[in-house]
Design a protein around this ligand. Sequence first.
Ligand code: SAH
Length: 390
Amino acid sequence: MAFELHNKKNKGVIGALLKRVYGSLAENLIELLKKPPSRLYARVNTIKSTRSEVLEALRKDGIEAYADENIPDAVYFEVKGPYDVECPGEKRIVVDVRTAVSLMLGADLYRPGILKAPKFDRSEYLLAVTSRGTVVSCIKTVVSSETMQSLTRGVVGVNVSSPYKAPKLAESKAYLKGLIYPQSAPSIITSHVLKPKTGMLIVDMNAAPGGKTGHIVQLVGGKALIVAFDRSEKKVSVLQNTLSKLGLNISVLAVPADSRFAHIDFALASKADRVLIDPPCSNLGVRPLLDYDRSLNDVLSLSNYQKHFLKAARSILKKGGILVYSTCTLTLDENEENVVYAVEELGFSPYEPPEQIPYAEKVSYKGIVGYRFSPLKNDMPGYFIAVLTL
Ligand code: SAH
């Protein structure tokens, strides 16, 4: 499909891509993507605790949390704002995008997120910015720049003014004890849609950092074999870390391998009852969206890359098994078009789960069905789920 990329009307690539999905609502959508959703979510680790115990533990730590009405093992926290960022200082400290997002929500500044720092004293006010210069908060330093240089971890500054405020979960006992795992609502919903059951063989093709793998362990009470792939030793150790911290490293076979070739390299042909594909994507649905710089070519090559996981899954999935494909983006190329490819080229059949998928809108596209989460609907992050069978 031909469309203009860099003109004022469509705000460049993001606008062009989203216009294909949302038409005249694309502009609205972009404005919402720049803001955090009004609720942040965490999954309750039901192997260790119950939702009411977790809510109680959080309350004891002074954190207001609520039970989600539609997801049985999810709690949420309210995000307050927007506020103006006021800062007595003008020097700028540059942080990576992940850190920028947490600073925007009021978190303190830790050493690992810092990319570039000026010379500063202790108790100085600094503006925290992204590498593109977007201001995300005002920080009051607790160390000097000299001391900072010798640190590899720890707090460098406290957040004194941020555009939004959310509870500092990382400091709560519930988090430190592994009773909760911060995860977006659509991510939590994805593992439910997979419907893993006791005794099954479940293949997670893109497992690190392990949010969904851990959730699957919870849902089967540790009584299913989960083969969890990620592409490197390093990624797999991140996955194992997540699982161990939560006490969820039960019956998970974590494999460092390129899962695009899982059907060739491992004896998995027609063996899996469930396959989850949660591939790298253009992340257009992640909120707040900061300093987005992907090109249309990036999106197309990601779409192509994602197709390989579908191809491998075609060989691995058992007849009658269920495949869930999910992304945290909203482009047609990575979502609907890939599902059309899976059905038309690979021979998957569309599968409509009998239960309603909360917070999602059902979308029909060229004969396939998908489930889309969007900021325009229920103030969700942008996200997509498709369910297929053989
Ligand atoms: N499911 C995870 C998030 C996955 S993010 C969770 O819920 O926590 C996408 C993951 O795909 C990344 O960890 C990335 O390393 C992995 N990945 C990318 N290419 C891969 C490949 N060829 N084989 C296996 N994993 C791959």
